[in-house]
Design a protein around this ligand. Structure first.
Ligand SMILES: [Zn+2]
Length: 510
């Protein structure tokens, strides 16, 4: 089947939002955009104070100087459409900075990622290659799709919407032991961590059962144990695997434990009486053994006592024993909720954890879980501590994350270009796309009616100069803070207004 000739149906068939919905959506986005800008401005003060307090020749200084410059600039030039004779406005787009630790940019990246996955997983275009004989999953190493393409005769194409139905979805968390703030001699070990993750994904039990997924690296910090760098991943797991979560959890835990052994530990070798060096088996201490016993209790029931005991004994005290694997949650009818132990209600909808999908489920009932899983993917470090920017963490992370890859896809998703998020830096186009609802047609937020060129104008203002009505979905621009007014007659079209913003933002007056 040709992979490009089948048009996508599900997205285009969705009903168009009403003008009122568009206005409300724009106001909501505009509000988030402005609060992210406001957060950047708060961070700026602390980053600036910290930078001024450290020595001129401190090696972190250039990174901090660049960071504070981005914080003060990002979204400071944003384009709004303002109604004539009023302060009501709607967000069109803004110039952004692309810094890894920018609140505005990370909000946009996270949305872009969720939008792409949401669209992909509802799309009916069959363009993802799967083995014909194993259409429910493919059992080869597709970590490098370019070199290991499936032969034409063995290949079929399935759509994102079908993939969503074909697999169990799970969320994986991988950590490493870093007592004393270091793992294998390093304070920042994201690259080494990802290498280990890559090795794990080559194991046969992994490729046999996991179609693919995506991951992100996150960093938190505590004075006691230094940087805590860990991986969050979304996995698409073969549905035919019996008790898949439990099976995969203990396979991953055992392999990750062996892969993450901290070689710094001098206890790792012993000299035997004949003088040769022998690896010493370091068992878990009592506290971690108790934790492991609880975490792997299911092995006792499913595989028997010998297997369970041997599994625990094989865990090395120098490697990680904290591996989290959870099924994503499903949306279920409220009346069914009582049948489950772990259910919760949000926005009037009911969800259950750890329930396998059923034939009658709405195709999108798992999507909410996917979106939640992806939501925090562009927060490379937990920026705040007790409501304030965590400067010691920022100063440690900044020089290290520079040009570091912290996000990726793997397995069957490796070659899926529709899901590429970071190939191009963020630009005003990304925000324009997001606010496209209100960009192509103009509405008066006061009346909800469409308006023409004679009834509005474009303005460039700092996103922090916009205020909001608590009760109504309306944004107001502060007239005194408008930096430049662009008449829609001069601008001609929205494209020209955006061009004018870009010229203005880079200091070239039109
Ligand atoms: Zn930014």
């Amino acid at each position: 089947m040709c992979k490009t000739c089948t048009p996508s149906a599900s997205i285009s068939q969705q009903s168009q939002p009403t003008p009122q919905q568009r206005i409300e959506r724009n106001a909501k986005r505009s509000k988030k955009f402005s609060s992210a800008r406001a957060k950047n401005l708060r961070y700026y003060i602390d980053v600036n104070n910290y930078t001024n307090a450290i020595g001129e020749d401190d090696s972190v200084r250039p990174y901090l100087e660049s960071y504070r410059k981005r914080l003060i600039t990002c979204a400071s030039n944003s384009l709004y459409r303002k109604v004539n004779g009023g302060r009501e406005c709607s967000l069109i787009t803004g110039l952004v900075c692309n810094h890894r630790l920018c609140t505005v940019c990370n909000m946009l990246r996270s949305r872009k990622l969720r939008k792409k996955w949401g669209k992909f997983l509802q799309d009916d275009t069959p363009d993802v290659p799967v083995r014909k004989t194993q259409a429910h999953f493919f059992g080869a190493d597709y970590g490098d799709m370019k070199e290991r393409e499936i032969p034409d005769s063995e290949r079929v194409f399935v759509s994102g919407a079908q993939l969503l139905q074909m697999f169990d979805l799970m969320h994986l968390t991988l950590t490493v032991p870093h007592e004393g703030g270091k793992w294998n001699g390093k304070e920042y070990y994201a690259e080494e961590l990802l290498k280990k993750f890559n090795i794990m994904r080559k194991a046969e039990w992994w490729t046999d059962n996991i179609f693919g997924g995506e991951y992100t690296v996150e960093t938190t910090y505590s004075e006691e144990n230094g940087l805590h760098i860990h991986i969050h991943a979304l996995l698409f797991v073969d549905k035919n695997l019996r008790r898949s979560r439990n099976y995969l959890h203990h396979m991953i835990a055992a392999r990750w434990n062996a892969l993450t052994i901290n070689a710094d530990n001098s206890e790792s070798v012993e000299i035997t009486p004949d003088g040769s060096i022998k690896k010493k088996h370091v068992v878990l201490d009592a506290e971690r053994m108790e934790g492991a016993k609880k975490s792997f209790a299911y092995l006792l029931k499913e595989y028997g006592e010998d297997y369970y005991n041997n599994f625990l004994l094989d865990l090395d005290g120098r490697g990680s024993t904290m591996t989290g694997l959870k099924n994503l949650y499903y949306e279920v009818p409220a009346a069914e909720a009582g049948n489950y132990k772990n259910y919760f209600t949000e926005h009037g909808k009911t969800f259950v954890y750890c329930r396998r999908p059923r034939p009658g489920d709405a195709p999108t009932s798992i999507l909410k879980g996917v979106m939640e899983c992806l939501k925090y993917h562009f927060e490379p470090c937990a920026m705040e501590k007790d409501g304030e920017i965590d400067m010691p963490l920022v100063a440690k992370v900044l020089p290290n994350i520079y040009r570091q890859r912290l996000y990726g896809k793997f397995g069957g998703f490796y070659g899926v270009t529709a899901l590429n998020v970071l190939e191009e830096p963020l630009s005003e186009k990304d925000l324009l796309e997001e606010t496209a609802d209100n960009a192509s047609e103009a509405f008066d937020p006061r009346t909800g009616l469409e308006i023409d060129k004679t009834e509005y104008m474009y303005c460039i203002a700092d996103a922090s100069a916009i205020s909001y009505d608590a009760d109504k979905p309306i944004c107001y621009i502060n007239e005194a803070k408008i930096k430049k007014r662009i008449s829609p007659h001069d601008a001609g079209s929205i494209g020209h207004a955006v061009k004018a913003l870009v010229y203005y933002g880079y200091g070239i007056e039109t």
